[in-house]
Design a protein around this ligand. Sequence first.
Ligand code: HSE
Length: 307
Amino acid sequence: MVTAFAPATVANLNCGFDVLGMAIAAPGDEVSVWFNDANTVRIVEITGDEGRLSYLPEKNTATGGMLTLLQHVDCQRGVDVRIAKKMPFGSGLGSSAASAVAGVMALNRLLGSPLSKKQLVSFALDGEVIASGSRHADNVAPSMLGGIVLIRGYNPLDMIELPAPENLFCVAVYPKVEILTKEARNILPKEIPLQTAITQTGNLAGLVSALYTQDFSLLERSMTDLFAEPYRAPLIPHFHQLRQLALARQALAFGISGSGPGMFALTLTHHAAEAVSFTLQQFLQDQQIPCMTFVSTINRSGAVIVS
Ligand code: HSE
């Protein structure tokens, strides 16, 4: 039996809609696989999903990519799969991507590691698309590779691993309000005014440059989102107040994690990250909104085989 872990991710990083994502240390999902004699892929156990995920392999993100990977390597053997969901659904923290990545990572090892992690990303995307309805790689790529990944292009998939500064800390906050990625994408406009695109492009280039030069003042100036946040923020209770609180506690940046309702803040010290986490949690509790917070460094390893 092989078990793989894949971490949660913060997609978009404000100015990089569908092209930037960052892996965080925790939480994450685990998938275990072993050969069976049934000549087919079977999901034998799912834990942590409150009974919500499908046991049909073609309808589950953890196994969707495994099916295409088995076809690709022309393997006729059957595989049993156990999925341990260890992070919230519909949170914006890349839950479906983590399952999809852990699935293909574990299967690849079971098959004798025929593919590299970079090659596995497109198979994980086959799984992710089942949940999100779109082939965006900004969760899957960093969950697989770790660090901060730029998706330069999709056709073909061109992924650039950007520097991930060691002294950046991430606070992820998940208020228990469910927003499904499919729905959060449907509310976005299909066209963007030229001036908006110019501003966002400048900010994206600014953030990439800031990561290479470790210029955190430039990073702070660059991390705004004009593409998705104006439309998605109204779905997240008290979003603007939460941002003000985070910035007042020395966060360099604050925004929606992926399609939300999860949010993230970046800080330069662990102490500041804990202070931001505490403040946001207190505020949400005062508003009677249950929430979870995670403080972590950037995860540089991405998906790993745990046993
Ligand atoms: N880039 C995607 C979106 C990420 O914002 O819709 C979804 O997690």
